[in-house]
Design a binder for this molecule. Sequence first.
Ligand code: PLP
Length: 387
Amino acid sequence: MSWKTYIDEQLNVRRNTPLWRKRKVIKQSDGRFLITTSGEKYLNFSGNDYLGISQHTDVIKAWQQGADEYGVGSAGSGHITGFTQAHAQLEQHLAEWLGYDNALLFSSGYSANQGVISALLEKNDAIIADKLCHASLMEAAILSPATLWRFLHNSSDSLSQRLNKTSANKTFVVTEGVFSMDGDQAPLTEIATISRQHEAWLMVDDAHGIGVLGKEGRGSCDEAGIKPEILVVTFGKAFGVSGAAVLCNASTAAFFEQYARHLIYSTSIPPAQAIALNTALNVIKQADNEREYLQQLIHTFRQGVISLPVKLLPSATAIQPLIIGDEQLCQTLSDYLQSKGLWVKAIFPPTVPPQSARLRITLTTRHHLSDIKLLIETLHAFFNQNR
Ligand SMILES: *Cc1c(COP(=O)(O)O)cnc(C)c1O
């Protein structure tokens, strides 16, 4: 088969379906509004900047000062010349905040997950992951020589059953604090207990819990009172920046320094970004009022949509999906909201399970209460009109 035939065939599978993916150029964004290149302005309900930190003046200033001090790039892997005092301070600050010996910076959550799983897992090991784990975790697990098993979403019984059956050499349990497409939270206390009983290590990816949940925003594990062997936090969501860190004990950190290829063979984040992240961390620690305000927005939203003829998932987080099911209806609803100035992206399989197309609505402290009310009214108007 020629490459052209292959590419054209694959494109035809998706063309003219709601699954066709297309990026849209954004001209400007302030967390609350998006402005497109054609000048249209939308209220944004699709971002992950839950605390509005991407626009925080102190964080912006810290990045600028960092660039003045260090230049714009790190100019190397951390193992060569890319590990500066700015990186070291951020790692130490993160480790202290989250109660671990060490933190190791990665350039993204995607590469942190790949780095951890590819370094730790060997043939004859088992990875036991929640069915709804993020694509970056699933891909790492599929590429790994270890055997991958998936347990039913948030079911500690299903996890127990699988652990009872496994005869692997080493066993690694993987879940998320807050699920990215559902907004619900894993039963972490139970999962940690069960994992320990089986001498399995637990990895928690807390991309959407860090900054939002727990004391000082320390995330899902703090809230659940657990300390998994491996905690991954990412900085592209509530931190409002980009990048990630892996938290672990000292010997495991030394092991990753030797064996995590995504750490060794990749340019470290710019020092200025590390400085901005350090400031973002200070902002997050002090953001109790913002977290409380976010909860108020979440409560208002949930009260407002409870009577809609769609499924509302049990979520106490900034991710509030409405499960529509039918892909065409979901796209029509997303288009309708867009025509009313509301930016809410539809999410389709295979990103989510079959028959569960949804609007992934996210809330941020940048929103005003009136924005949430407008969204609620517009949703009701759509369903009244389409009854
Ligand atoms: C967004 C996300 C990632 C990827 O993090 P990036 O820093 O954007 O690469 C990993 N895991 C989960 C659960 C996520 O939601």
